[in-house]
Design a protein around this ligand. Structure first.
Ligand SMILES: *Cc1c(COP(=O)(O)O)cnc(C)c1O
Length: 434
């Protein structure tokens, strides 16, 4: 591969900050994807963002398609969300006690999503998944979990597994520090493979507490699943008295208000939310039927707690965000915005630099997109091209120089917000600038 480093003093301030950061935090970052690993440049230090724009310490402007990895469905600094946050700050920023905004947010969500009866708020998607798994185990009194290869559910130990050869029983930890004991109850299945899933259930008949899936897998590229496959999942879970957990941390409130569950009319037993639900503030949530949710402490024996859970500033940011997007036209307009943006990218990539990127397809689902080599649909990990990282580096580098910022890793999807409606012509100008 060509590994021409993005040198020059173009990013001098970012480079300086990064050198300092390397001394005080591992790898200079507080979440690994921010390190620009494999991109032959030090990460950008951002200092301001507005609408669809983000600005770095060297005063470059970028059209932002990372959008903080998903929470900002209304773009940066939406005026109404900002006012809600400011108002919340005036009242104090944490009480560690009951307050009415978590109640209003819970009611707002549950009134619109009749397949959910109760919800509990916490501070991250990882926490939500961890709680859902514990809750499923507590409720069913079973221990095994099935997850899919190509789905990401945050960084709880039991889900940091990869399938060795794609066959069940060959799982290994995907992180150091995760013990064999922690993952021996985790089974991994290839996405879209209903026969393999049936086998797993049959093999472990009475011991599967839950099946967890991202109904729109969007952390390993965008691996769009057939609706017919997703529709089989509640049936299988029901047959074996296991719980179905939809991890809608990305897809929830983004693909539709009620995420993929609502879009496809599939009822999971538990749903995890994050990202959009907090409007850019730290919020995660678990929701489901009352009979299951009531197993949580203080009513039930499944323990879960959080010092900053349902933080009033985060609750009000989330509530304002959801109030703004819970109108029928919102998702239609967002979809059109996203379609237009992807169309602009597609057209450009066919002709740029004598067809340098003509091998790319731009996979899209709603306001998520993903550039990847090839023409055939990519729906599972084994479909991913081996040149993926180099391909992404080439694209990322060109777009960055043009002032267009993708999430800095080829496995991440692009996020479109409602603020991107205003940048169509600027995107074209930047793409075609010599
Ligand atoms: C982001 C994400 C998580 C983890 O959420 P954090 O807030 O980063 O802990 C879990 N599941 C899915 C599907 C996600 O996209």
């Amino acid at each position: 591969m060509t590994s021409i480093p993005v040198t020059s003093n173009r990013y001098a301030q970012s480079q300086k900050f990064f050198q300092r950061a390397l001394a005080v935090t591992p790898g200079g970052v507080h979440s690994p994807v921010r390190s620009f690993k494999g991109l032959h440049t030090s990460p950008l230090f951002m200092n301001r963002a507005q609408g669809a724009w983000i600005f770095d310490e060297d005063h470059h402007s970028f059209i932002d398609f990372c959008m903080s990895f998903g929470p900002l469905i209304l773009g940066h600094q939406d005026q109404d969300v900002k006012e809600a946050i400011m108002a919340a700050l005036n009242d104090g920023w944490t009480y560690g006690a009951c307050e009415k905004y978590s109640l209003e947010l819970a009611e707002f969500i549950l009134q619109r999503l009749p397949f959910l009866e109760q919800i509990r708020f916490m501070s991250s998607g990882t926490e939500a998944v961890m709680t859902a798994i514990r809750l499923a185990r507590g409720h069913t009194q079973k221990s095994k979990i099935i997850k899919f290869d190509g789905c990401y559910h945050g960084h709880m130990d039991a889900l940091l597994v990869k399938s060795g050869s794609g066959l069940a029983g060959t799982e290994t930890a995907s992180s150091l520090g995760v013990t064999h004991e922690t993952i021996e109850n985790t089974l991994v299945c290839p996405l879209g493979d209903i026969a393999a899933l049936r086998n797993l259930f049959a093999q472990h008949k009475n011991s599967i507490a839950a099946l967890i899936i991202e109904p729109l897998p969007a952390n390993y590229g965008l691996l769009i699943q057939a609706r017919s496959f997703l529709e089989e999942l509640p049936k299988l879970c029901h047959e074996y008295q296991s719980l179905l957990i939809f991890d809608e941390v990305i897809s929830g409130f983004r693909m539709s208000f009620g995420g993929m569950a609502e879009l496809y009319n599939i009822t999971p037993d538990l749903v995890t939310y994050g990202k959009v639900i907090g409007g850019g503030m730290p919020v995660g949530a678990v929701a489901g039927k009352k009979a299951i949710m009531q197993n949580l402490a203080p009513l039930g024996g499944v323990y879960q707690a959080g010092t900053l859970s349902a933080n009033p500033v985060a609750m009000r940011a989330g509530l304002m965000t959801l109030q703004k997007i819970a109108v029928p036209s919102f998702y239609q307009t967002l979809d059109q915005t996203s379609e237009k943006i992807v169309h602009i990218f597609e057209k450009w990539s066919q002709t740029y630099d004598g067809g340098k990127f003509s091998h790319l397809q731009w996979v899209r689902s709603g306001s998520l997109f993903w550039p990847i080599r090839g023409h055939a649909p990519i729906t599972k990990v084994s479909d991913l091209p081996s040149s993926m990282n180099e391909d992404f580096y080439e694209l990322f580098k060109v777009l960055l120089e043009k002032g267009i910022y993708l999430a800095p890793n080829g496995y991440e999807v692009g996020f479109v917000s409602s603020a991107h409606q205003q940048i169509f012509s600027e995107l074209e100008t930047r793409l075609y600038a010599p």
